[in-house]
Design a protein around this ligand. Structure first.
Ligand code: FDA
Length: 309
């Protein structure tokens, strides 16, 4: 099944209701998602921190369609940050938020609601000594996300952004966001995008990633290298050395459940490694994007279904 078909299913309500009701699905998503509750996120975060990895926690949800749900997302982040602070684990931790989860798509005033909600999460993070990074969604939202980033950074200069190397615009965005204190998480990009805005060939995406990373490493900000690709990780180390950065001046980031042994190895050799840990009940879109990234994940999922009967 091609990547585009899986990404189309990620946005389909019919496919969602089908896949969510398969009993076997839960055990497969456990590989990529900490669990439904705050306690699950905290348990996984503690395990990761115990061997020297840092975390960014994502309360799953996207395409929120009502204010109550958007507000509930803010409350979930507040609760999480309070629990982490009580455990003495919030300083140095990060939370990742999707602006669509805090209301951007709401019909009236969506942008304003999302900005106010993101601000509330930033205030809670500031009180806990944690940071916030704004996830990047499909390309129709890039300008809106970067606009809100600018507004949030006026009060919380440590708010980070995600840039996607598959977008043709990202080199310029990297230049714009390479100033002092600017935290940028660079990833390849996980959505289905048209050729007019995004490179389609994997090699072109990889080349764009390296160009973008060079700009960030030579800049004055804090690059966050979000990739599981061994060649990218190797190049990141060399670009950092060439730019005079030591291992505290940038970090490597990977997703929970993806290459965990490599995460441990890199942390043990002294790299700063942060793991993106999603939790909550709205796992569908996130999970489908993980399946689309790697045929082996899809095969694993289908095999689990075949043997579950
Ligand atoms: P690539 O896809 O080329 O994979 C390289 C190797 O990594 C593979 O050969 C395989 O070994 C391993 N691998 C990669 N994905 C895997 C998977 N799902 N399961 C198992 N193994 C896998 N995207 C986005 O559009 N917006 C965002 O905000 C974010 N945020 C984000 C945060 C963090 C911390 C990470 C690591 C990633 C994201 N992403 C994202 C996702 C990102 O855009 C991209 O889709 C994935 O990271 C896969 O790309 P790689 O760079 O790993 O390379």
């Amino acid at each position: 099944m091609p990547r585009s078909a899986i990404l189309a299913a990620a946005r389909s309500a019919r496919a969602r209701s089908l896949i969510e009701t398969i009993p076997m699905t839960r055990s497969v998503i456990d590989r990529f998602v900490a669990g439904p509750e705050t306690a699950d996120a905290v348990r996984v975060a503690s395990e990761l921190m115990a061997d020297g990895r840092r975390v960014t926690l994502d309360h799953l949800g996207e395409d929120t369609t009502d204010r109550v749900q958007a507000r509930a997302t803010v409350d979930a982040y507040r609760t999480l940050l309070t629990v982490l602070a009580d455990m003495g684990a919030s300083a140095g931790s990060d939370v990742s938020i999707k602006l669509s989860a805090v209301g951007r798509q709401l019909p009236a005033d969506g942008e304003k609601i999302a900005l106010d909600n993101a601000r509330a999460i930033c205030a809670a993070a500031a009180a806990a000594g944690a940071t916030v990074t704004l996830d990047m969604e499909d390309h129709t939202t890039t300008d809106s996300t970067l606009g809100m980033l600018r507004e949030l950074r006026a009060d919380f200069p440590w708010v980070g952004a995600v840039l996607q190397a598959y977008l043709r615009r990202s080199e310029q965005d990297c230049r714009d966001l390479s100033g002092t204190d600017s935290r940028v998480r660079l990833c390849k990009g996980a959505y289905a995008e048209p050729p007019s805005v995004a490179y389609q060939d994997k090699r072109d995406v990889d080349k764009s990633y390296v160009r973008c990373l060079g700009i960030l490493m030579r800049g004055r900000g804090y690059p966050m290298v979000a990739s599981h690709d061994p060649r990218i990780i190797d190049i990141a180390g060399r670009l950092a050395a060439r730019s005079g950065r030591d291992r505290n001046d940038y970090e490597l980031q990977m997703l929970y459940g993806v290459r965990p042994a490599e995460q441990r190895r890199l942390a043990a050799r002294g790299d700063t490694v942060r793991v993106y840990v999603p939790y909550g009940v709205e796992w569908y879109g996130y999970f489908m994007r993980r399946l689309a990234e790697r045929p082996a994940n899809l095969a694993f999922f289908l095999r689990s279904l075949a043997t579950s009967g």
